[in-house]
Design a protein around this ligand. Sequence first.
Ligand code: GUN
Length: 283
Amino acid sequence: MTAQIIDGNALSKQLRTQVAARAQALKIRGITPGLAVVLVGDNPASQVYVRNKVKACEDSGLHSVMEKYESSMTESELLARVDALNNDPNIHGILVQLPLPSHINAQRVIEAISPSKDVDGFHIASAGALMTGMPGFWPCTPYGCMKMLESIGYNLRGKHAVVIGRSNIVGKPMALMLLQQNATVTICHSATPDLKAMTLQADVIVAAVGKRNVLTADMVKPGAVVLDVGMNRDNEGKLCGDVDFEGVKKVASHITPVPGGVGPMTITMLLVNTLEAAERASN
Ligand code: GUN
């Protein structure tokens, strides 16, 4: 068996066309959905991510402002900027790029963002909304994974999903989203004694650790669906995920590649959340 590739670029293109159409409908009513992206410091990876987010906004007809600050910016200066953006009617979504310099308390900054503009879905109010099934913004990466499962018509009811990784940004929200769709969910992490014993039981595996070859072919039940959230470099410096793609694709029924899988979906769901924030603000 060779797995079917779930193409994150192709799915993103479809979804971004829908975003552009909904943005256009809002514009006719005099509202341009606006995202503010705040970058503090000169982390090279963050600079690339932020540029990609701003460009994606522009390509879909969303307004975006990028605010760049020196790494010497103080926490109170940043909190003041967040407050100003909370009160700016042209801004519907606020994203403060992480990581922040170590002298700034990232959690305090995230909690300062108005939950109605929390398009990253990192605020405690957003996490609580996801946990309880109330309306709120879902973190973009696991949300993108759910859209990928939806795109292949996958019904999670009664299926066993194994999430590898327990971060607040991916692993934990991913597990809650899968649970909401009636999967039986297992979360594995660095203290799980026998990862392979868990993954071999899984109908769906989400790998979100940030380490190469966390999931190899011998750990996958034939026909399982494998989503790879990892973003790593191999020995030649080439981008790769957490999954041994070449091996696992011979066993899985569906698999996401890296690059071109979950990565573009993360940005797409940021656009969806920003549009949703603007639509909610307009109603
Ligand atoms: N740093 C890496 N990924 C993300 C993300 O999705 N949102 C924010 N705010 N920072 C990040």
